[in-house]
Design a protein. Structure first.
Length: 506
Protein backbone atom coordinates (compact mmCIF):
# COMPACT_ATOMS: atom_id res chain seq x y z
CA UNK A 1 0.00 0.00 0.00
CA UNK A 2 1.11 3.54 -0.69
CA UNK A 3 1.52 4.61 2.92
CA UNK A 4 3.94 1.72 3.53
CA UNK A 5 6.27 2.67 0.69
CA UNK A 6 6.51 6.22 2.00
CA UNK A 7 8.02 5.04 5.27
CA UNK A 8 11.52 3.81 5.99
CA UNK A 9 11.65 0.17 7.02
CA UNK A 10 14.22 -1.59 9.13
CA UNK A 11 15.53 -5.14 8.91
CA UNK A 12 14.63 -7.52 11.69
CA UNK A 13 16.98 -9.41 13.96
CA UNK A 14 20.61 -8.93 14.92
CA UNK A 15 21.62 -11.37 12.16
CA UNK A 16 20.14 -8.99 9.60
CA UNK A 17 22.10 -6.07 11.03
CA UNK A 18 25.36 -8.04 10.89
CA UNK A 19 24.61 -9.17 7.35
CA UNK A 20 24.08 -5.57 6.31
CA UNK A 21 27.52 -4.69 7.66
CA UNK A 22 29.38 -7.52 5.97
CA UNK A 23 27.27 -7.60 2.81
CA UNK A 24 25.93 -11.14 3.19
CA UNK A 25 22.49 -12.67 2.64
CA UNK A 26 20.64 -13.23 5.91
CA UNK A 27 19.75 -16.81 6.84
CA UNK A 28 17.82 -16.86 10.08
CA UNK A 29 18.61 -19.87 12.21
CA UNK A 30 14.93 -20.28 13.08
CA UNK A 31 13.64 -20.48 9.49
CA UNK A 32 13.23 -24.23 8.93
CA UNK A 33 10.76 -23.87 6.06
CA UNK A 34 11.53 -24.27 2.39
CA UNK A 35 12.53 -21.16 0.47
CA UNK A 36 9.08 -20.78 -1.08
CA UNK A 37 7.20 -21.29 2.21
CA UNK A 38 6.18 -18.80 4.87
CA UNK A 39 5.02 -19.07 8.44
CA UNK A 40 1.34 -18.41 9.02
CA UNK A 41 0.22 -16.07 11.79
CA UNK A 42 -2.77 -16.75 14.04
CA UNK A 43 -3.16 -13.83 16.42
CA UNK A 44 -5.74 -14.62 19.11
CA UNK A 45 -6.87 -11.73 21.26
CA UNK A 46 -9.43 -11.34 23.97
CA UNK A 47 -10.86 -8.16 25.41
CA UNK A 48 -10.38 -7.35 29.08
CA UNK A 49 -8.62 -10.51 30.31
CA UNK A 50 -7.01 -10.16 33.73
CA UNK A 51 -3.38 -11.38 33.48
CA UNK A 52 -3.86 -13.68 36.47
CA UNK A 53 -6.97 -15.25 34.96
CA UNK A 54 -5.30 -18.38 33.58
CA UNK A 55 -4.27 -21.64 35.17
CA UNK A 56 -0.76 -21.23 33.78
CA UNK A 57 -0.54 -17.83 35.50
CA UNK A 58 -1.18 -19.46 38.86
CA UNK A 59 -4.90 -18.90 39.35
CA UNK A 60 -6.04 -21.70 41.66
CA UNK A 61 -9.56 -22.16 40.30
CA UNK A 62 -10.05 -20.88 36.76
CA UNK A 63 -10.19 -23.52 34.03
CA UNK A 64 -8.19 -22.57 30.94
CA UNK A 65 -6.70 -25.83 29.59
CA UNK A 66 -6.03 -24.48 26.10
CA UNK A 67 -4.31 -21.29 27.23
CA UNK A 68 -2.32 -23.54 29.55
CA UNK A 69 -1.55 -25.75 26.57
CA UNK A 70 -0.14 -22.79 24.65
CA UNK A 71 2.02 -21.89 27.64
CA UNK A 72 3.28 -25.48 27.89
CA UNK A 73 4.01 -25.69 24.17
CA UNK A 74 5.50 -22.21 23.89
CA UNK A 75 6.59 -19.16 25.84
CA UNK A 76 4.69 -17.19 28.49
CA UNK A 77 5.62 -13.65 29.47
CA UNK A 78 4.62 -13.21 33.10
CA UNK A 79 5.29 -9.45 33.16
CA UNK A 80 3.49 -8.32 30.02
CA UNK A 81 1.71 -4.97 29.82
CA UNK A 82 -0.54 -3.16 27.40
CA UNK A 83 0.56 0.35 26.49
CA UNK A 84 -2.89 1.76 27.16
CA UNK A 85 -5.67 0.13 29.15
CA UNK A 86 -8.57 0.88 26.82
CA UNK A 87 -9.90 -0.98 23.77
CA UNK A 88 -9.39 1.26 20.72
CA UNK A 89 -6.04 2.85 21.56
CA UNK A 90 -4.60 -0.43 22.81
CA UNK A 91 -5.61 -2.29 19.68
CA UNK A 92 -4.08 0.41 17.51
CA UNK A 93 -0.87 0.17 19.56
CA UNK A 94 -0.81 -3.57 18.84
CA UNK A 95 -1.50 -2.94 15.15
CA UNK A 96 1.26 -0.31 14.84
CA UNK A 97 3.80 -1.18 17.56
CA UNK A 98 3.52 2.41 18.81
CA UNK A 99 2.41 4.33 21.90
CA UNK A 100 -1.01 5.98 21.94
CA UNK A 101 0.41 9.49 22.18
CA UNK A 102 2.53 8.69 19.11
CA UNK A 103 -0.09 7.17 16.83
CA UNK A 104 -2.70 9.64 18.11
CA UNK A 105 -5.59 7.30 18.97
CA UNK A 106 -5.49 8.28 22.63
CA UNK A 107 -9.02 7.27 23.62
CA UNK A 108 -12.07 5.36 22.42
CA UNK A 109 -13.89 7.19 19.60
CA UNK A 110 -10.76 8.95 18.32
CA UNK A 111 -10.46 8.04 14.63
CA UNK A 112 -7.22 6.23 13.81
CA UNK A 113 -4.71 7.95 11.56
CA UNK A 114 -4.73 6.02 8.25
CA UNK A 115 -1.12 7.04 7.61
CA UNK A 116 0.06 4.76 10.42
CA UNK A 117 1.40 1.45 9.10
CA UNK A 118 -0.33 -1.61 10.56
CA UNK A 119 0.81 -5.20 10.96
CA UNK A 120 -1.85 -6.39 8.50
CA UNK A 121 -0.58 -3.98 5.85
CA UNK A 122 2.94 -5.31 6.31
CA UNK A 123 1.85 -8.93 5.90
CA UNK A 124 -0.49 -8.13 3.02
CA UNK A 125 2.33 -6.38 1.18
CA UNK A 126 4.43 -9.53 1.71
CA UNK A 127 1.83 -11.66 -0.06
CA UNK A 128 -0.16 -12.96 2.90
CA UNK A 129 -3.91 -13.34 2.95
CA UNK A 130 -5.16 -11.19 5.84
CA UNK A 131 -8.35 -11.63 7.84
CA UNK A 132 -9.99 -10.39 11.02
CA UNK A 133 -12.74 -12.16 12.93
CA UNK A 134 -14.55 -10.77 15.94
CA UNK A 135 -14.39 -7.51 17.83
CA UNK A 136 -12.33 -4.99 15.87
CA UNK A 137 -13.28 -1.88 17.88
CA UNK A 138 -11.72 0.38 15.29
CA UNK A 139 -13.40 3.49 13.93
CA UNK A 140 -11.99 3.08 10.41
CA UNK A 141 -13.22 0.27 8.20
CA UNK A 142 -10.78 -2.62 8.71
CA UNK A 143 -9.93 -2.71 5.01
CA UNK A 144 -8.03 0.53 5.56
CA UNK A 145 -5.89 -1.31 8.11
CA UNK A 146 -4.89 -4.01 5.63
CA UNK A 147 -7.45 -6.76 6.27
CA UNK A 148 -8.90 -8.43 3.16
CA UNK A 149 -11.51 -10.58 4.89
CA UNK A 150 -13.52 -9.22 7.83
CA UNK A 151 -16.30 -10.75 9.95
CA UNK A 152 -17.28 -8.52 12.85
CA UNK A 153 -20.25 -7.87 15.16
CA UNK A 154 -22.68 -6.97 12.35
CA UNK A 155 -21.85 -10.34 10.80
CA UNK A 156 -22.80 -12.09 14.04
CA UNK A 157 -26.01 -10.07 14.31
CA UNK A 158 -26.97 -11.05 10.76
CA UNK A 159 -26.24 -14.71 11.53
CA UNK A 160 -28.46 -14.68 14.62
CA UNK A 161 -31.25 -12.98 12.70
CA UNK A 162 -31.03 -15.61 9.97
CA UNK A 163 -31.21 -18.31 12.66
CA UNK A 164 -34.27 -16.69 14.22
CA UNK A 165 -32.53 -16.42 17.56
CA UNK A 166 -31.95 -13.46 19.91
CA UNK A 167 -28.50 -12.03 20.49
CA UNK A 168 -26.60 -14.07 23.09
CA UNK A 169 -26.34 -10.99 25.31
CA UNK A 170 -30.05 -10.38 25.63
CA UNK A 171 -31.67 -13.73 26.29
CA UNK A 172 -30.67 -15.55 29.46
CA UNK A 173 -30.77 -15.90 33.22
CA UNK A 174 -28.90 -12.81 34.32
CA UNK A 175 -27.62 -11.42 37.62
CA UNK A 176 -30.20 -8.97 39.07
CA UNK A 177 -29.58 -5.28 38.35
CA UNK A 178 -26.13 -5.78 36.80
CA UNK A 179 -27.29 -4.28 33.51
CA UNK A 180 -28.57 -1.23 35.42
CA UNK A 181 -25.15 -0.83 37.04
CA UNK A 182 -22.97 -1.22 33.96
CA UNK A 183 -25.29 -1.17 30.94
CA UNK A 184 -24.65 -4.81 30.05
CA UNK A 185 -25.78 -8.10 31.65
CA UNK A 186 -23.92 -10.86 33.50
CA UNK A 187 -25.08 -14.45 33.81
CA UNK A 188 -26.09 -17.52 31.82
CA UNK A 189 -27.02 -16.88 28.19
CA UNK A 190 -29.58 -19.19 26.59
CA UNK A 191 -27.41 -19.33 23.45
CA UNK A 192 -25.44 -22.51 22.85
CA UNK A 193 -21.78 -22.20 21.89
CA UNK A 194 -22.37 -22.05 18.14
CA UNK A 195 -24.75 -19.13 18.68
CA UNK A 196 -22.57 -17.36 21.21
CA UNK A 197 -20.23 -14.70 19.81
CA UNK A 198 -17.23 -16.81 20.89
CA UNK A 199 -18.39 -19.90 19.02
CA UNK A 200 -19.56 -17.98 15.97
CA UNK A 201 -16.23 -16.25 15.41
CA UNK A 202 -14.33 -19.45 16.13
CA UNK A 203 -16.31 -21.18 13.39
CA UNK A 204 -15.66 -18.34 10.97
CA UNK A 205 -11.92 -18.48 11.69
CA UNK A 206 -11.79 -22.26 11.21
CA UNK A 207 -13.59 -21.99 7.86
CA UNK A 208 -11.07 -19.38 6.74
CA UNK A 209 -8.05 -21.42 7.90
CA UNK A 210 -9.35 -24.49 6.05
CA UNK A 211 -9.75 -22.45 2.89
CA UNK A 212 -6.26 -20.91 3.19
CA UNK A 213 -4.32 -23.87 4.58
CA UNK A 214 -2.12 -24.02 1.47
CA UNK A 215 -1.25 -20.33 1.31
CA UNK A 216 0.30 -18.03 3.91
CA UNK A 217 -2.22 -16.22 6.06
CA UNK A 218 -2.21 -13.64 8.83
CA UNK A 219 -5.48 -14.09 10.73
CA UNK A 220 -6.74 -12.06 13.68
CA UNK A 221 -9.26 -13.83 15.95
CA UNK A 222 -10.54 -11.25 18.41
CA UNK A 223 -13.08 -12.48 20.96
CA UNK A 224 -15.43 -9.95 22.52
CA UNK A 225 -14.99 -11.21 26.09
CA UNK A 226 -14.36 -11.62 28.88
CA UNK A 227 -15.23 -7.93 28.56
CA UNK A 228 -18.75 -7.15 29.74
CA UNK A 229 -21.32 -8.49 29.18
CA UNK A 230 -20.08 -11.36 31.34
CA UNK A 231 -22.37 -13.95 29.71
CA UNK A 232 -21.47 -17.60 29.14
CA UNK A 233 -23.39 -20.60 27.88
CA UNK A 234 -24.66 -23.09 30.45
CA UNK A 235 -21.94 -25.80 30.15
CA UNK A 236 -19.30 -23.26 31.16
CA UNK A 237 -21.39 -21.63 33.88
CA UNK A 238 -21.86 -25.11 35.32
CA UNK A 239 -18.10 -25.50 35.69
CA UNK A 240 -18.10 -23.20 38.71
CA UNK A 241 -19.77 -23.07 42.11
CA UNK A 242 -19.88 -19.41 43.09
CA UNK A 243 -19.85 -20.07 46.84
CA UNK A 244 -16.54 -21.92 46.61
CA UNK A 245 -14.73 -19.23 44.59
CA UNK A 246 -11.87 -17.39 46.23
CA UNK A 247 -12.00 -13.61 46.01
CA UNK A 248 -8.68 -11.99 45.03
CA UNK A 249 -6.08 -11.50 47.80
CA UNK A 250 -6.38 -7.70 47.39
CA UNK A 251 -10.19 -7.75 47.39
CA UNK A 252 -10.35 -6.12 50.83
CA UNK A 253 -8.71 -2.85 49.81
CA UNK A 254 -9.86 -0.42 52.49
CA UNK A 255 -7.81 2.60 51.35
CA UNK A 256 -9.66 5.87 51.02
CA UNK A 257 -7.01 7.84 49.15
CA UNK A 258 -7.36 6.08 45.79
CA UNK A 259 -7.83 7.32 42.21
CA UNK A 260 -11.23 8.82 41.51
CA UNK A 261 -11.81 6.25 38.77
CA UNK A 262 -11.47 3.39 41.26
CA UNK A 263 -13.84 5.12 43.67
CA UNK A 264 -16.42 5.41 40.91
CA UNK A 265 -16.15 1.72 40.01
CA UNK A 266 -16.52 0.68 43.65
CA UNK A 267 -19.62 2.84 44.02
CA UNK A 268 -21.39 0.69 41.43
CA UNK A 269 -20.99 -2.47 43.52
CA UNK A 270 -20.55 -1.26 47.11
CA UNK A 271 -23.99 -2.55 48.09
CA UNK A 272 -23.22 -6.11 46.96
CA UNK A 273 -22.34 -8.81 49.48
CA UNK A 274 -19.20 -10.91 49.12
CA UNK A 275 -21.32 -13.83 47.92
CA UNK A 276 -22.90 -11.64 45.26
CA UNK A 277 -19.45 -10.52 44.13
CA UNK A 278 -18.54 -14.21 43.86
CA UNK A 279 -21.56 -14.70 41.58
CA UNK A 280 -20.23 -12.01 39.25
CA UNK A 281 -16.73 -13.50 39.46
CA UNK A 282 -18.24 -16.83 38.40
CA UNK A 283 -19.70 -15.18 35.28
CA UNK A 284 -16.32 -13.69 34.37
CA UNK A 285 -14.49 -16.99 34.88
CA UNK A 286 -17.12 -18.97 32.95
CA UNK A 287 -16.87 -16.57 30.01
CA UNK A 288 -13.09 -16.94 30.05
CA UNK A 289 -13.43 -20.73 30.05
CA UNK A 290 -15.85 -20.67 27.11
CA UNK A 291 -13.42 -18.56 25.10
CA UNK A 292 -10.65 -20.97 26.10
CA UNK A 293 -12.70 -23.88 24.74
CA UNK A 294 -13.08 -22.13 21.39
CA UNK A 295 -9.37 -21.34 21.26
CA UNK A 296 -8.78 -25.06 21.73
CA UNK A 297 -11.01 -25.83 18.75
CA UNK A 298 -8.87 -23.62 16.52
CA UNK A 299 -5.64 -25.14 17.83
CA UNK A 300 -7.03 -28.63 17.18
CA UNK A 301 -7.88 -27.59 13.62
CA UNK A 302 -4.30 -26.49 13.02
CA UNK A 303 -3.21 -29.95 14.16
CA UNK A 304 -5.79 -31.69 11.98
CA UNK A 305 -4.72 -29.73 8.91
CA UNK A 306 -1.05 -30.46 9.60
CA UNK A 307 -0.03 -26.78 9.73
CA UNK A 308 0.55 -26.27 13.47
CA UNK A 309 4.32 -26.45 13.05
CA UNK A 310 4.28 -23.66 10.46
CA UNK A 311 1.85 -21.36 12.27
CA UNK A 312 2.90 -18.73 14.79
CA UNK A 313 0.21 -18.53 17.47
CA UNK A 314 -0.03 -15.51 19.74
CA UNK A 315 -2.47 -15.19 22.60
CA UNK A 316 -2.92 -11.87 24.37
CA UNK A 317 -5.53 -9.28 25.38
CA UNK A 318 -5.98 -5.61 24.64
CA UNK A 319 -6.04 -4.93 28.41
CA UNK A 320 -7.18 -6.50 31.67
CA UNK A 321 -10.16 -6.41 34.00
CA UNK A 322 -10.18 -5.83 37.75
CA UNK A 323 -11.87 -9.24 38.19
CA UNK A 324 -12.76 -8.39 41.79
CA UNK A 325 -9.38 -6.89 42.66
CA UNK A 326 -9.63 -3.79 44.88
CA UNK A 327 -13.33 -4.74 45.11
CA UNK A 328 -14.01 -3.71 41.52
CA UNK A 329 -14.86 -5.11 38.10
CA UNK A 330 -14.20 -3.69 34.64
CA UNK A 331 -11.43 -1.15 33.96
CA UNK A 332 -11.08 2.63 34.15
CA UNK A 333 -8.54 5.44 33.91
CA UNK A 334 -5.92 3.97 36.24
CA UNK A 335 -3.00 1.58 35.88
CA UNK A 336 -3.45 -1.19 38.43
CA UNK A 337 -2.04 -4.62 37.58
CA UNK A 338 -5.47 -6.13 36.95
CA UNK A 339 -6.15 -3.77 34.05
CA UNK A 340 -2.77 -2.81 32.61
CA UNK A 341 -1.27 -6.28 32.86
CA UNK A 342 -2.08 -8.72 30.05
CA UNK A 343 -1.62 -12.40 29.26
CA UNK A 344 0.97 -13.02 26.55
CA UNK A 345 1.68 -16.46 25.09
CA UNK A 346 3.64 -17.22 21.89
CA UNK A 347 4.07 -20.63 20.24
CA UNK A 348 5.97 -21.80 17.18
CA UNK A 349 6.82 -25.53 17.40
CA UNK A 350 10.39 -26.45 16.64
CA UNK A 351 11.51 -22.83 16.60
CA UNK A 352 10.59 -21.36 19.96
CA UNK A 353 11.24 -23.28 23.17
CA UNK A 354 8.50 -25.11 25.04
CA UNK A 355 7.22 -24.50 28.55
CA UNK A 356 9.34 -21.41 29.16
CA UNK A 357 8.33 -18.47 31.34
CA UNK A 358 10.10 -15.13 30.88
CA UNK A 359 9.96 -12.38 33.49
CA UNK A 360 11.39 -9.52 31.45
CA UNK A 361 9.07 -6.54 30.89
CA UNK A 362 7.18 -7.19 27.66
CA UNK A 363 4.67 -4.91 25.97
CA UNK A 364 1.87 -4.97 23.42
CA UNK A 365 4.03 -2.83 21.14
CA UNK A 366 6.57 -5.67 21.00
CA UNK A 367 4.23 -8.03 19.15
CA UNK A 368 4.45 -6.42 15.68
CA UNK A 369 8.28 -6.50 15.55
CA UNK A 370 8.25 -10.02 17.01
CA UNK A 371 5.97 -11.32 14.25
CA UNK A 372 8.07 -9.56 11.62
CA UNK A 373 11.25 -11.02 13.11
CA UNK A 374 9.88 -14.57 13.07
CA UNK A 375 8.68 -14.24 9.47
CA UNK A 376 11.64 -12.27 8.11
CA UNK A 377 9.64 -9.15 7.25
CA UNK A 378 10.79 -5.58 7.63
CA UNK A 379 8.89 -3.01 9.64
CA UNK A 380 8.89 0.80 9.90
CA UNK A 381 11.55 2.65 11.87
CA UNK A 382 8.69 4.40 13.64
CA UNK A 383 7.85 1.17 15.53
CA UNK A 384 8.63 1.70 19.22
CA UNK A 385 8.45 -1.93 20.36
CA UNK A 386 11.25 -4.51 20.32
CA UNK A 387 11.34 -8.05 18.99
CA UNK A 388 10.87 -10.64 21.73
CA UNK A 389 12.62 -13.33 19.68
CA UNK A 390 16.08 -12.96 21.30
CA UNK A 391 14.50 -13.30 24.75
CA UNK A 392 12.53 -16.36 23.70
CA UNK A 393 15.59 -17.99 22.18
CA UNK A 394 17.66 -17.35 25.33
CA UNK A 395 20.12 -15.04 23.63
CA UNK A 396 21.93 -12.28 25.48
CA UNK A 397 20.26 -9.02 24.60
CA UNK A 398 19.99 -5.58 26.11
CA UNK A 399 16.42 -5.22 27.29
CA UNK A 400 14.32 -2.43 28.73
CA UNK A 401 14.54 -1.59 32.43
CA UNK A 402 11.24 0.31 32.51
CA UNK A 403 7.94 -0.18 30.70
CA UNK A 404 5.28 2.49 30.21
CA UNK A 405 1.53 2.64 29.83
CA UNK A 406 -0.83 5.57 29.45
CA UNK A 407 -4.57 6.04 29.48
CA UNK A 408 -6.88 9.02 29.24
CA UNK A 409 -7.43 12.07 27.13
CA UNK A 410 -5.88 15.47 27.99
CA UNK A 411 -7.91 18.40 29.31
CA UNK A 412 -10.67 19.33 29.22
CA UNK A 413 -11.85 15.72 29.10
CA UNK A 414 -13.00 14.91 32.65
CA UNK A 415 -11.22 11.57 33.10
CA UNK A 416 -7.80 13.21 32.81
CA UNK A 417 -4.64 11.26 32.09
CA UNK A 418 -2.86 8.46 33.93
CA UNK A 419 0.72 7.34 33.15
CA UNK A 420 2.61 4.33 34.49
CA UNK A 421 6.35 3.68 34.65
CA UNK A 422 7.18 0.21 35.98
CA UNK A 423 10.58 -1.35 36.54
CA UNK A 424 11.27 -4.87 37.81
CA UNK A 425 10.38 -3.97 41.38
CA UNK A 426 8.50 -0.68 41.59
CA UNK A 427 5.54 0.85 39.82
CA UNK A 428 5.00 4.61 39.62
CA UNK A 429 1.61 5.99 38.57
CA UNK A 430 0.89 9.64 37.84
CA UNK A 431 -2.75 10.79 37.77
CA UNK A 432 -3.83 14.16 36.42
CA UNK A 433 -7.54 14.76 36.99
CA UNK A 434 -8.17 18.19 35.46
CA UNK A 435 -5.20 19.73 37.19
CA UNK A 436 -5.54 17.68 40.38
CA UNK A 437 -2.38 15.61 40.52
CA UNK A 438 -2.12 12.34 42.42
CA UNK A 439 0.82 9.94 42.61
CA UNK A 440 1.13 6.29 43.57
CA UNK A 441 4.24 4.19 44.13
CA UNK A 442 4.04 0.46 44.80
CA UNK A 443 6.72 -2.06 45.71
CA UNK A 444 5.41 -4.90 43.56
CA UNK A 445 7.93 -7.39 44.92
CA UNK A 446 6.66 -7.03 48.49
CA UNK A 447 3.17 -5.67 47.71
CA UNK A 448 1.94 -7.39 44.50
CA UNK A 449 -1.65 -6.46 45.35
CA UNK A 450 -0.85 -2.73 45.27
CA UNK A 451 -2.30 -2.02 48.70
CA UNK A 452 0.35 0.29 50.15
CA UNK A 453 1.05 3.58 48.39
CA UNK A 454 4.65 4.63 49.11
CA UNK A 455 4.58 7.91 47.17
CA UNK A 456 4.69 10.02 50.32
CA UNK A 457 7.10 7.78 52.17
CA UNK A 458 10.41 9.69 52.53
CA UNK A 459 12.34 6.40 52.46
CA UNK A 460 11.30 5.93 48.82
CA UNK A 461 11.91 9.47 47.56
CA UNK A 462 14.89 8.37 45.45
CA UNK A 463 12.82 5.72 43.70
CA UNK A 464 9.95 8.16 43.22
CA UNK A 465 12.22 10.79 41.68
CA UNK A 466 13.90 8.22 39.43
CA UNK A 467 10.63 6.96 37.98
CA UNK A 468 9.25 10.48 37.64
CA UNK A 469 12.31 11.25 35.55
CA UNK A 470 11.76 8.10 33.47
CA UNK A 471 8.32 9.43 32.53
CA UNK A 472 9.83 12.78 31.52
CA UNK A 473 12.45 11.10 29.34
CA UNK A 474 9.84 8.83 27.76
CA UNK A 475 7.71 11.83 26.84
CA UNK A 476 10.74 13.69 25.53
CA UNK A 477 12.15 10.81 23.46
CA UNK A 478 8.95 9.62 21.76
CA UNK A 479 7.07 11.44 19.04
CA UNK A 480 3.70 13.01 19.82
CA UNK A 481 0.81 13.14 17.36
CA UNK A 482 -1.53 16.13 17.28
CA UNK A 483 -4.44 15.94 19.70
CA UNK A 484 -6.95 14.30 17.38
CA UNK A 485 -10.52 14.93 18.53
CA UNK A 486 -12.99 12.42 19.86
CA UNK A 487 -15.89 11.89 17.49
CA UNK A 488 -19.38 10.50 17.64
CA UNK A 489 -18.98 6.74 18.07
CA UNK A 490 -19.21 5.19 14.63
CA UNK A 491 -17.40 2.39 12.89
CA UNK A 492 -16.42 1.58 9.29
CA UNK A 493 -15.33 5.16 8.65
CA UNK A 494 -13.01 6.23 5.82
CA UNK A 495 -9.69 8.10 5.73
CA UNK A 496 -11.68 11.13 4.57
CA UNK A 497 -13.58 11.06 7.89
CA UNK A 498 -10.25 11.21 9.71
CA UNK A 499 -9.09 14.18 7.63
CA UNK A 500 -12.33 16.04 8.27
CA UNK A 501 -12.19 15.42 12.03
CA UNK A 502 -8.54 16.51 12.22
CA UNK A 503 -9.25 19.64 10.18
CA UNK A 504 -12.11 20.65 12.50
CA UNK A 505 -9.74 20.36 15.46
CA UNK A 506 -7.33 22.74 13.79
Amino acid sequence: MENITRRKFIQTGSAAAIAALIGCQTNRSWNFLKDDEKYNVLFIMTDQHNPRGMGCAGHPQIKTPNMDRLAKEGVRFENAYCQTGQCCPSRFSIFTGRYAHSHGCRFNSVIENPEEVTVAEIFKKAGYSTASFGKHHMMLDMKYHGFDHVVDLPGYNEFMKSEGKPHSWWDGDFFPNWKERFGLPAGTTHADNDHHTAGFWKNQAIDYIREHKSQPFCAWLSFFGPHMPYVASKPWMDLYDAKSLELPPNYEDLRKNVPQALTELRERTNDLTDDEMREVLKCYMAYTSQIDYNIGCVLDELDRLGIADKTIVVYTADHGDMMGEHRAFRKAVFNYEGTVGIPMLIRLPGVLPENVTINELAGSIDLLPTLCDLTGLDFPESVQGKSLVPLMQGKETKWRDVIFSEIGYPHPFPTGVCIMARDKKFKYIYHDYIGKNFEELFDLKNDPGELKNLAENPNHKTTLDRLRNEVKLWNKNTDHAPLYPMSEWKQQLTPEDFKNAAAKAG
